[in-house]
Design a binder for this molecule. Structure first.
Ligand code: TYD
Length: 135
């Protein structure tokens, strides 16, 4: 799947003087159904996460608090995204290498994933990834 499919989706905002509300529903307004939610938090300054691709998994990444950068790479080109709004979700299709860095202090990175955790779905070697997508 091409990098062009990976984009920031505007999630709906219910504006309210008491505080805003955003709901994400599986398969509605996002191009996949999710089965798992996980989040990164207490990330030490200077840390980088990611460094892998997924064979079949679809993901939506949301900065629930603070900010961070996500660099996507389809083996041909790279694209960088800065996430800093809890109503923005970065959709990542399968077969995209990602790095996540530049976490602000106290940031929380929430991931909605199409499937349960499966180590077999990971490609953790960049050379193997590049060979696979360019073959
Ligand atoms: P990984 O996906 O490599 O983290 P990130 O991309 O955020 O840097 O996962 C880190 C470790 O956590 C790895 O050993 C697998 C494990 N893990 C689970 O057990 N369950 C999960 O749902 C996830 C996402 C990771």
């Amino acid at each position: 799947m091409p990098l062009v499919d990976c984009k920031i989706l505007d999630l709906p905002i219910l504006h309210d003087k008491r505080g805003n509300l955003t709901a994400v529903e599986s398969g509605r307004g996002i191009p996949f159904e999710f089965n798992r939610v996980y989040y990164l938090y207490d990330v030490p300054g200077g840390s980088a996460r990611g460094g892998h691709a997924h064979k079949k998994l679809h993901q939506l990444i949301i900065a629930m608090s603070g900010s961070f950068d996500i660099i996507l790479d389809d083996g041909r080109e790279c694209k960088s995204f800065h996430l800093n709004r809890s109503y923005h979700g970065l959709y990542i299709c399968p077969m995209i290498w990602r790095e996540i860095n530049n976490f602000s202090s106290g940031s929380v990175c929430m991931v909605l994933a199409s499937d349960f955790y499966d180590e077999m779905d990971y490609i953790r070697n960049k050379t193997s990834f590049d060979q696979l997508v360019n073959s």
